[in-house]
Design a protein around this ligand. Structure first.
Ligand SMILES: NC(=O)c1ccc[n+]([C@@H]2O[C@H](COP(=O)([O-])OP(=O)(O)OC[C@H]3O[C@@H](n4cnc5c(N)ncnc54)[C@H](OP(=O)(O)O)[C@@H]3O)[C@@H](O)[C@H]2O)c1
Length: 200
């Protein structure tokens, strides 16, 4: 599978580090040129490939580590999202719920990226935590997953297991997803919960 991270800030770099830790190839892109991204990617590891946004959008799996407000623009960047698996790590902190038609923030993104399977993940942990190795003495850091597609959630569970996490499926975006999102100027109960699954 091919992977791209959109966003090379605190979260984008932490996610790239997780792939690099396991020697998995991943592209990283932002509005910066490939030349400007190269030192950022090189500092993380040799499996992190700087790309233009257009090239990064060709990946099968796209991780969103960009400001929430940019999703309408990202949605228009490719002619179709059909067949893409999108992992949404964004938080709509500070966005009034009415602006999203009272939908969960990931529902708003999923509707804009019509045709893609979207799984909400990684957003509940601070970037500094995401940058750490999720495996500690055989225990695995928990990542909450929510999606309207159980098949897509299973695929992402397998990806995050490869990265060293323990995926925990919370249900659909309007149910489980709401437990783990920013809501206006407040945070839902599972945000910032840093849990571990004990090693067997
Ligand atoms: N910081 C945290 O602890 C944390 C934790 C969990 C989730 N989140 C969420 O994760 C997302 C990223 O947060 P962050 O802290 O990593 O933010 P950040 O450090 O400000 O990084 C944002 C990145 O997005 C890129 N970007 C901005 N607009 C873009 C566009 N239109 N197209 C492509 N790339 C664009 C920026 O690069 P250019 O300016 O070069 O384009 C930058 O690399 C946010 O939605 C945030 O709510 C943050």
């Amino acid at each position: 599978m091919s992977y791209s991270i959109l966003g090379a800030g605190a979260v984008g770099k932490a996610l790239a580090k997780a792939f690099a830790r396991k020697g998995l190839e991943v592209s990283i892109a932002s509005r910066k040129s490939v030349e400007a991204l190269a030192p950022i990617a090189n500092a993380i590891g040799p499996t992190v490939i700087p790309k233009s946004l257009n090239d990064a959008l060709e990946a099968e799996v796209i991780l969103l580590a960009i400001p929430f407000a940019t999703y309408p623009e990202i949605a228009k960047s490719i002619p179709t999202w059909e067949g893409k698996l999108v992992i949404d790590a964004t938080n709509a902190y500070g966005v009034p719920p009415e602006k999203l038609g009272n939908r969960a923030s990931s529902t708003a993104i999923a509707e804009a990226l019509a045709g893609a399977d979207l799984v909400k993940a990684f957003n509940h942990l601070p970037a500094a935590t995401l940058a750490q190795d999720p495996e500690i003495d055989g225990d695995r850091r928990v990542l909450f997953l929510s999606s309207n597609s159980e098949g897509a959630a299973r695929k992402v569970a397998s990806i995050v297991e490869q990265l060293g996490y323990a995926g925990v499926f919370l249900g659909k975006l309007e149910e489980g997803g709401r437990l783990v999102q920013a809501h206006g100027n407040s945070w839902a109960p599972l945000i910032f919960q840093d849990l571990f699954r004990k090693g067997e």
